[in-house]
Design a protein. Structure first.
Length: 418
C-alpha cells in the first residue's frame, strides 16, 4: 500500500493514556480568545493539576511570556512521554473523529500530511496548498516552540472537495465496527468529541483508493488538500522540516517524523462545516468620506457603485446610515478581494484610519455605531466555488473566511512525535 501520491500517510498517533481524563486533557486551539485571557484562566482552572494539552501549547494571548514558558512546555512534553501519559492509539493509522457543533456533527480524519507535498511559496502549485496568504513574520515565534519539541498537537484543518462524499462518509457509516478511542464532552462550551481507530488494512486501503480517485478527477496542477485552519502552524512545520532535512542522510528523509505534520481532513461539503465571512471595520473616518473615496477609486479603475445590478455586493454600516452597494465590473475575483484592494488603497492614503477584522454580523453592527467607525458587511461564502476561487487566485485575501465561531475551532486531542 502506497500513500505517496495523495499527500498523507498513516502514522503513529498518540492519545492520553487510560486514566487521563479527556475532559481536562483536550483544549481549544492556541490562536483563539487572544483578547480574552479570562477564557484561558478558566480553562486552566477547569484542568486543575490533571495532565492536559493546555500544558503542551502556548496560547497566543501569552506570547509575550514565550521565553519563560517554552522550556517548560518542552519539558512537560518529554515528561508526559517518559511517564506514559501519552501512548500510541494507532500505529500506523488514522483517527476518524466526530465533533458536535451547533450546525450538527462535523466529520474529520486525523492524519499525517507529507510536508514534501506542501508549499506556501508564491506561485507554487503543490498537492497541499494554503488558502490564505502566509505572513512570514508570524513564523519565527512558532519555530521557537517547534524546535526542541518532542511532540506536536494539531489544530490544523485541511479541506477536501468531495461533493459525492466518497472518502470520510463511508468510514462514518461503519464506525460501529471500528475501535472506539474516545467519546466525551469538551470543556468550555466546546461540544462533544468522539473518535475511532482507522488502522485495519481494508480501511487504510479505502482512504488511499478514495483519495486517489478524487485526485484523478482534478486535472493538471491538482489541488487535493487545501488548508482551512492553522495555515501558519503548517507553514511552521514546513519551515522546521526545511531546517533539518539537509542535515539528514537521504535514507532517513523518507520516514523522518518531522517530515509529516498532524492534521485533520474535513470535507468542505460537510453540512456541519460553516463558512462565515470576516467583516471589515474602519475607524478614524466617516461614512460619507469613505464612500466618496470608494466611488472615486472605482471610477478610476472602470468600476461603478450602484444600488443594484450584477457585481459584488456589500452593506456599509455606521451610526450615520446603512447603505447596500453593488460594485459593478469588480476588479477582484471574489468580493473580499474587491473590497480589500480598495481598503488597502484608502488606508495607505489615510494613516489616521485603522482597520480591524470582525467575526459575526451583530458584532460588526454594534462596533460600527461608535463615532468615527464604518463597517463593511461581506456576503456569505460559497463553499461550492471555494476550491475554484483558490485555484484562480493562488491564495485568498487575508481574513476572507472563518470556519465557524471560536468555540467550534479544533480542540487539541491527538499528538504525534516529531
Amino acid at each position: 500500500m502506497s500513500f505517496d501520491r495523495i499527500g498523507i500517510r498513516p502514522s503513529r498517533i498518540l492519545l492520553p493514556a487510560p486514566g487521563v481524563k479527556p475532559e481536562t486533557w483536550a483544549c481549544i486551539a492556541c490562536d483563539q480568545y487572544t483578547s480574552e485571557p479570562e477564557y484561558w484562566e478558566k480553562a486552566y482552572e477547569t484542568a486543575g493539576s490533571a495532565p492536559s494539552a493546555l500544558r503542551l501549547i502556548l496560547p497566543e494571548y501569552n506570547l509575550k511570556n514565550s521565553d519563560r514558558l517554552i522550556p517548560a512546555i518542552h519539558e512537560t512534553m518529554a515528561r508526559y512521554l517518559r511517564e506514559g501519559l501519552l501512548v500510541p492509539a494507532v500505529d500506523p493509522g488514522f483517527i476518524l473523529c466526530e465533533r458536535s457543533v451547533p450546525a450538527g456533527r462535523r466529520l474529520g480524519l486525523v492524519c499525517a500530511v507529507d510536508l514534501e507535498q506542501y508549499s506556501f511559496e508564491k506561485g507554487s502549485l503543490p498537492l497541499v496548498r494554503p488558502t490564505e496568504q502566509t505572513i512570514a513574520s508570524r513564523l519565527p515565534p512558532r519555530l521557537v516552540i517547534r524546535r526542541g519539541a518532542p511532540v506536536e498537537l494539531t489544530h490544523i484543518m485541511i479541506l477536501i472537495d468531495d461533493p459525492d462524499r466518497t472518502v470520510l462518509e463511508p468510514l462514518q457509516a461503519k464506525k460501529n465496527a471500528l475501535r472506539k478511542l474516545y467519546d466525551f464532552d469538551l470543556m468550555m462550551n466546546g461540544g462533544h468529541l468522539s473518535g475511532w481507530a482507522v488502522d485495519q488494512a481494508e480501511d487504510l486501503r479505502h482512504v488511499e483508493d478514495s483519495l486517489s480517485r478524487l485526485l484523478d478527477t482534478l486535472g493538471a496542477d491538482p489541488l487535493l488538500l487545501a488548508v482551512g485552519d492553522g495555515n501558519h502552524s503548517l507553514a511552521t512545520a514546513k519551515a522546521y522540516w526545511n531546517e533539518i532535512r539537509e542535515s539528514l542522510p537521504e535514507a532517513k528523509r523518507a520516514d523522518h517524523p518531522a517530515r509529516f505534520a498532524l492534521c485533520e481532513i474535513v470535507n468542505i461539503h460537510d453540512p456541519a462545516l460553516l463558512f462565515e465571512p470576516i467583516h471589515r471595520i474602519l475607524t478614524g473616518t466617516d461614512q460619507k468620506a469613505l464612500t466618496d473615496a470608494w466611488r472615486e477609486y472605482a471610477a478610476a479603475r472602470g468600476m461603478t457603485l450602484s444600488a443594484s445590478g450584477e457585481g459584488h455586493r456589500f452593506t456599509v454600516v455606521s451610526s450615520e446610515d446603512e447603505e447596500t452597494l453593488t460594485v459593478r465590473n469588480p476588479e477582484g475575483a471574489i468580493p473580499c478581494e474587491t473590497i480589500q484592494k480598495f481598503l488597502d488603497d484608502f488606508l495607505a492614503r489615510h494613516p489616521e484610519s485603522e482597520i480591524d477584522f470582525i467575526h459575526g454580523e451583530q458584532s460588526l453592527r454594534t462596533l460600527a455605531q461608535a463615532p468615527g467607525a464604518v463597517g463593511f458587511l461581506l456576503p456569505e461564502i460559497d463553499k461550492h466555488s471555494f476550491f475554484t476561487d483558490v485555484k484562480t487566485l493562488g491564495v485568498l485575501p487575508r481574513k476572507t473566511f472563518s470556519m465557524g465561531e471560536a468555540d467550534e475551532k479544533r480542540f487539541y486531542m491527538e499528538a504525534k512525535e516529531i
